[in-house]
Design a protein around this ligand. Structure first.
Ligand SMILES: [Zn+2]
Length: 439
């Protein structure tokens, strides 16, 4: 596509039409209440929520797209000055409320931007999205796929959210005398909370701004800001730290639950049994807490069930992003010519082409273009957690380093780059201190 026509989740460059996939901060960097560069296309739910994120935003800029309905956008070619038409379809991304993928079609062919997405093939929503994609593509072959590659590594494996939600219910039910605090962001994980509320017939406490969001999403009657009527509280994930839980336990017995696709590791000094943690020798790992090394057999691998991290804290593998097998199923279904990962922070980038190039029509060309990647192989993974705290702010301290698969690297000029940068670090997708994006 010609430059200067369309921007997706990019807000600082001049463009004729802007598309917002969802409201997590790593997709709104550069967007502000005073932003007015051009028309902003989004889903109806995102349009409803946007003024709460950006009070005073000029709402006349918003263009709401109905899910599954093709929409034509008239643009002018910066080069030729001729009018061109781009057709776009928004499709449910099954990520957080309002999140959509965008399928564009025009003279350039077809391209799909997934934004953040979860592709649970067992879910009705995914089946509907699948039918919409097929319908929108028609006889066309997808050219470029811009993919949510957050967990694009075989190491990331977790069950469907429905399964994990029930595990959380069981975990809460097995602590009948405890208060429960669950770490969430400003958007996302609503279905988990709804499942808990229905199964345990309880309201859930949220902080006032989150209650406002719940009202906009029409879930208001399930949530409350009154602490005296429920023992289950959803709190900002950065506040769910071991120190805070220790303090809470001086008042009432309390456990913390952290829903995340990121695998958590168990502190070395904890003698408690991990619950359902699976261990594998498939990956060589090392863990340090407070500077001391830990036996790798004590490290939980991308757990498929709740994992006790500490006497007070459990990690549950509930994620709004696709895990590796789901990404593969998606690519097998959509069969693009090219793939490009959209999660490419300066220090962490896993190139989806490494794993799925063989499924792409134009894999030879991609192989050429992949020579500039920084790091893409993580067959061997080392996890290093430098502190035992589990608050969101400590995510920065969870590092994954990759070791290059020598046979593959030998054939590639990028091996030099990889050797130079084989240590990669998981960082937030942006530098924002806000925490309303999912992991
Ligand atoms: Zn997101």
């Amino acid at each position: 596509m010609e430059e200067g026509l369309i921007s997706v989740d990019r807000w600082s460059e001049p463009s004729q039409a802007y598309f917002l996939s969802h409201l997590h901060t790593d997709h709104t960097k550069g967007l502000s209440r005073r932003w007015k560069r051009g028309p902003l296309f989004c889903s109806s739910i995102t349009a409803k929520l946007l003024p709460t994120r950006f009070p005073g935003f000029n709402l006349s800029l918003l263009r709401v797209l109905e899910i599954g309905t093709p929409h034509s956008v008239s643009l002018v070619s910066p080069k030729s000055g001729l009018e061109i038409t781009v057709q776009v379809v928004a499709i449910d991304a099954n990520h957080c409320p309002g999140a959509v993928m965008y399928l564009f079609h025009g003279e350039f062919g077809s391209m799909l931007y997934t934004g953040d997405f979860r592709w649970e093939t067992t879910s009705d929503r995914t089946q509907i999205a699948k039918a919409m994609l097929l319908n929108a593509l028609g006889d066309d072959k997808l050219g470029m796929l811009y993919l949510d590659n957050t967990y694009c590594n075989p190491w990331f494996s977790f069950p469907p959210r429905e399964v994990v939600a029930q595990q959380v219910v069981d975990l809460i039910a097995s602590h009948p005398d405890h208060d429960i605090v669950i770490g969430i962001n400003t958007l996302g994980k609503e279905d988990l909370l709804l499942h808990i509320s229905r199964a345990l017939k309880t309201k859930i406490w949220v902080w006032p701004e989150r209650l406002q969001t719940m009202h906009i999403l029409s879930y208001g009657d399930i949530f409350t800001t009154n602490t005296s009527i429920t023992r289950v509280r959803a709190v900002p994930r950065e506040s769910l730290t071991i120190d805070n839980l220790k303090a809470l336990n001086t008042v009432r017995p309390t456990i913390g639950i952290m829903p995340s696709g990121l695998p958590w590791v168990r502190p070395a000094n904890e003698k408690d049994a991990s619950h359902g943690a699976s261990h594998s020798n498939r990956h060589k790992r090392k863990m340090t807490i407070g500077g001391s090394s830990v036996d790798s057999s004590k490290v939980g691998e991308s757990p498929s069930s709740p994992l006790m991290l500490n006497h007070h804290v459990y990690s549950v593998p509930y994620s709004d992003h696709s895990c590796f097998t789901e990404i593969r199923e998606f690519i097998e279904f959509i069969r693009p010519s090219y793939i490009k990962g959209i999660v490419s922070s300066s220090t962490w980038y896993i190139n989806p082409f490494h794993y799925f190039g063989n499924l792409c029509g134009a894999h030879k060309q991609m192989e050429e273009s992949s020579k500039n990647i920084r790091s893409d192989l993580a067959e061997n993974v080392e996890i290093i957690q430098t502190e035992s705290s589990v608050g969101h702010d400590k995510f920065d301290e969870v590092k994954i380093s990759t070791k290059v698969v020598r046979q593959a690297a030998r054939k590639s000029r990028v091996s030099v780059v990889r050797r130079e940068r084989k240590g990669v670090r998981i960082t937030h997708m942006d530098d924002s201190s806000r925490t309303d994006f999912d992991v």
